[in-house]
Design a protein around this ligand. Structure first.
Ligand code: ATP
Ligand code: MG
Length: 424
């Protein structure tokens, strides 16, 4: 085990969440081991601002419960304790151990017949905990008391070399949890790191395993992949490694084979990335509308050729595309409804019917639909002058844009606590 001294890393205690430090101290004062771990340490070493702070400890859940009053266990496949400190919630996890240990017999570990880990609540030591994490760069343990970093598996070396490397044998680790392949790509895109050769080769062998993942988990992963401000590089890497197919196979094939679709979808991602950087609001609905547009168009054209009127064709194609995509990633209705509205506005905007202009401007999906229309025109669809036309209309009636009240069947979006998807 190596220990990186304070002088050799860039973490400044001022940048560490005080609630996480208090929780570590509390655990230490009670005789337990406790460290700040995972993405927070990685991001702090790289000079970034962590999204969240996680604590790992050798205290068992019952012992954590005894120490903190405001506490709640979440997850069953991978149990995590949420400890509240003021308004902050810090995730505290007991060290995990290998699955062939004695504990694993006591119903704490469970695998599917394909080797997928269905339950991972076998406890272990710090060394074992580090070995069970996904990437070397995510397996660093920061001690806020003496300000050193414990580095079990050369995560420090890989951060310096800017390499994404899976811990252990990549194929085995992907078989245990195929979502790790998406995490490899996500961190490579976000950090602009290279993917180590075996880590990369394993993806080629295991990509198909992602079909085993429950669609709800894949949708959560979709949000992390595309809503964090690195959507464009992430999309390109997913395409390069044949991983986009696990999220939306039909659209992925068209994006991979037809340059104009690739242009459209990468531009949509780039727009969203810019909005994230500018701190402007972003919605998954617009991204989904653009990402799945190739599939919508293919199906819509096919239906129109079979004689369906154009608006009806888009409506039916929308239903089909959403239903088909939900087999792979479960898009909640609060997003799939607006996606279909954005699609259904496309042919209506293309028609430029004078009597409908005010209604269309007032539609509350107008802005998103107009943005998609512009991307379609820019990517080479024959829609000459359409952008200018709707630009002029908006200038004429700026007070109308997006003002129509919600339709009665629109339920307000339900706020959901983001699910943290981690497996062993
Ligand atoms: P970020 O929060 O910035 O997306 P992170 O690395 O903190 O990145 P989390 O999903 O918050 O990612 O997970 C926290 C830590 O848990 C990771 O750093 C990693 O050590 C471990 N982990 C998460 N998911 C997995 C997994 N599927 N397999 C193994 N370890 C995982
Ligand atoms: Mg995290």
């Amino acid at each position: 085990m190596s220990r990186i001294p304070k002088s050799d890393h860039a973490i400044h205690p001022q940048h560490v969440n005080p609630a996480a430090i208090r929780i570590v101290k509390r655990l230490r004062d009670s005789g337990f081991e406790a460290y700040i771990v995972g993405g927070a340490v990685r991001d702090l070493i790289l000079g970034g601002q962590p999204k969240d702070f996680d604590v790992a400890t050798n205290a068992k859940p019952e012992e954590i419960k005894g120490l903190f009053r405001r506490y709640r266990i979440i997850g069953s496949r991978f149990q995590i304790e949420h400890v509240r400190d003021g308004r902050e919630v810090i995730e505290v996890t007991t060290y995990r151990g290998p699955h062939d240990s004695e504990d694993s017999l006591k119903n704490a570990s469970k695998r599917s017949d394909k080797g997928l880990l269905l339950r991972d609540n076998v406890y272990g030591t710090l060394e074992q905990d580090a070995a069970r994490r996904d990437l070397t760069i995510n397996a660093l343990y920061y001690d806020p008391l003496d300000e050193t970093v414990l580095d079990q598996i050369d995560g420090g070396r890989d951060i310096s070399a800017r390499l994404i490397r899976v811990i252990g044998d990549p194929v085995k680790r992907y078989q245990e949890d195929p979502v790790r392949m998406l995490r490899v790509v996500r961190f490579a895109a976000k950090l602009q790191f290279d993917i180590e050769a075996d880590t990369e080769a394993g993806i080629g062998k295991c990509a198909a395993l992602l079909t085993e993942i429950p669609p709800a988990r894949l949708f959560d992963e979709f949000l992390k992949l595309f809503m964090a401000g690195y959507g464009k590089p992430t999309l390109l890497l997913l395409l390069e490694h044949g991983l986009l197919h696990c999220l939306c196979p039909e659209a992925a094939s068209l994006i991979a084979s037809e340059p104009q679709y690739r242009t459209l979808v990468t531009s949509a991602m780039a727009n969203t990335d810019q909005r994230v950087k500018d701190d402007r609001p972003v919605t998954p609905a617009f991204l989904l509308a653009a990402l799945l547009w190739p599939a919508l168009q293919a199906r819509g054209n096919a239906l129109a050729q079979q004689g369906e009127p154009p608006l009806q064709a888009v409506h039916s194609a929308g239903q089909q595309v959403i239903a088909e995509t939900c087999l792979h990633m479960a898009i909640p209705r609060r997003f799939s409804f607006p996606v279909r509205e954005i699609w259904e506005l496309q042919p209506r905007l293309e028609r430029k019917q004078p009597k409908k202009i005010k209604d269309l401007l007032a539609n509350r999906r107008f802005r998103a639909a107009y943005d998609l229309l512009l991307l379609r025109a820019e990517s080479g669809e024959p829609l000459e002058g359409i952008g200018e036309f709707w630009d002029q209309q908006q200038q004429k009636h700026p007070e109308l844009v997006g003002t129509a009240p919600p339709r009665p069947d629109d339920r307000p979006p339900r706020r959901r606590r983001p699910r943290r998807n981690r497996n062993p």
